[in-house]
Design a protein. Structure first.
Length: 81
């Protein structure tokens, strides 16, 4: 019985982690702070890729994938007896 609760708790923690990371990756690339960082400013060619809407969309897509994985874990949790 204890393992059942620990499995449910672990699944809930995985859902929350995936959802939070996914939400961050979905929203942050479109904020103003995304443009201002040391990593992008270190190389001009890297900065051009960094501020590209295609790259931002790819990062947001990874965020959507994380959210989808999180909800999949949540639905998998509900399907368990």
């Amino acid at each position: 019985m204890a393992s059942s609760w620990s499995q449910r708790l672990w699944a809930l923690i995985k859902f929350l982690f995936c959802f939070e990371i996914g939400l961050f990756l979905l929203v942050f690339p479109w904020m103003r702070m995304w443009d201002v960082n040391w990593f992008a400013a270190s190389t001009p060619s890297l900065h051009a890729i960094w501020v590209s809407p295609f790259f931002r969309g790819a990062v947001s897509g990874i965020g959507l994938l994380n959210i989808w994985i999180g909800f999949g874990e949540l639905f998998h949790l509900r399907a368990r007896p």
